[in-house]
Design a protein around this ligand. Structure first.
Ligand code: GLU
Length: 338
């Protein structure tokens, strides 16, 4: 990915965010800096997404103390799409435990596109990780519930707990994707043929398509991410969504797989676990500190929002969020105390 942050002073992680005013200044600066950026193309393989306004840009930072910063169209809603995969994975891990989901779904990057069929074939039917469509379908199939309607209700309630309010379904996007998701249906059938999905594959695809069609804003994504940064407690409502262990597991899966086949590149440039979706949202999580949510519809060729990536690169650097960046404890060398 391309970033342009060499001119931004590299702050290092201190264990907490800088003060409120500094974060306000930097989120405003990130908005101004990337609003004029016109790179990328709006997704159109789900027909209704092609109608998105490429000029809309929203940014939000949610802190683990409950404070929320906003810039631009931070309250404009769009569909969560693949970002739902992160939170459904967390819910399923919370219900079934780390080992079961690791065995059934996996944690390793495929190095291939999010809707790859070849990846399934190359791995003898194993879906590989929960952030690609194969693994997300296998994960959704594990959501507890006697019927697809019960599973869907569980997902909507669970994701709403992360956001702190009831997330609405976008009926038009759900309808548009349902008419055109033949590829996801094929992936689910293939998983069924390998014994990786025990339920009716088409019903699993339907629940998955609904979860992708939940509406969120950049602000919602920031709060949802801050819940993962806060050991599973929503900092805005004080309600627990999942356990601290599940947050840790989810964030490690995001670090390896959250930005599709560009996940390594992303981690190298930005140093934060993150997840993006084809409607143009990204959530990036700074464990113990907070999270950034962004919305801008134009995407790069892997499906990651171009403005969103740049703005998060800027904020990660300026706010000192990169989890790999450190400064010497004793800048002049080792201080030895006898
Ligand atoms: N609902 C979309 C799909 O399954 C989500 C893709 C994405 O956001 O990466 O194709």
């Amino acid at each position: 990915m391309e970033t342009d942050v060499a001119d931004v002073e590299q702050a290092v992680s201190t264990g907490r965010l800088p003060g409120w005013d500094r974060v306000e200044t930097l989120i405003g600066a990130a908005y101004e800096r990337y609003l004029p950026h016109t790179g990328g193309a709006v997704a159109d393989y789900i027909p209704i997404l092609a109608a998105a306004d490429p000029g809309i840009f929203g940014l939000s930072v949610a802190e683990v103390d409950g404070g929320v910063h906003r810039a631009g169209a931070a309250d404009t809603e769009f569909t969560i799409q693949s970002i739902s995969k992160a939170f459904v994975y967390a819910l399923v891990c919370d219900e079934l435990g780390h080992e079961v989901v690791r065995d059934r779904v996996g944690v390793d990057n495929t190095g291939l596109g999010f809707d790859s069929v070849i990846a399934i074939e190359l791995n003898a039917g194993h879906p590989m990780n929960p952030m690609v469509n194969a693994g997300a379908l296998a994960t959704t199939a594990l959501v507890p519930g006697a019927t697809p309607a019960e599973q869907w209700e569980r997902i909507r309630t669970g994701l709403s707990r992360f956001a702190g309010h009831q997330l609405p379904l976008d009926g038009a996007v759900y309808h548009s994707e349902s008419l055109t998701n033949q590829r996801n249906r094929a992936i689910a059938r293939l998983l069924e043929s390998y014994g990786r999905i025990d339920l009716d594959p088409l019903q699993v695809v339907d629940v998955y398509t609904r979860q992708c069609s939940l509406r969120v804003s950049a602000r919602d994504l920031a709060v949802m991410g801050a819940t993962l940064a806060d050991g599973g407690v929503n900092p805005a409502t004080g309600e627990r969504a999942v356990s601290p262990e599940v947050c840790r597991d989810t964030l490690s899966v995001l670090a390896a797989n959250g930005m599709y086949e560009r996940s390594g590149d992303w981690l190298f440039e930005i140093g934060l676990p993150a997840k993006s979706g084809v409607a143009g949202g990204i959530v990036a999580v700074a464990p113990g500190k907070g999270a950034i949510g962004t919305f801008s519809a134009p995407l790069d060729s892997a499906g990651n929002s171009v403005r969103g990536q740049r703005a998060i690169a800027y904020l990660s650097r300026a706010l000192g969020l990169n989890i790999f960046a450190s400064a010497a404890h004793s800048p002049t060398g080792r201080s030895v105390t006898a």
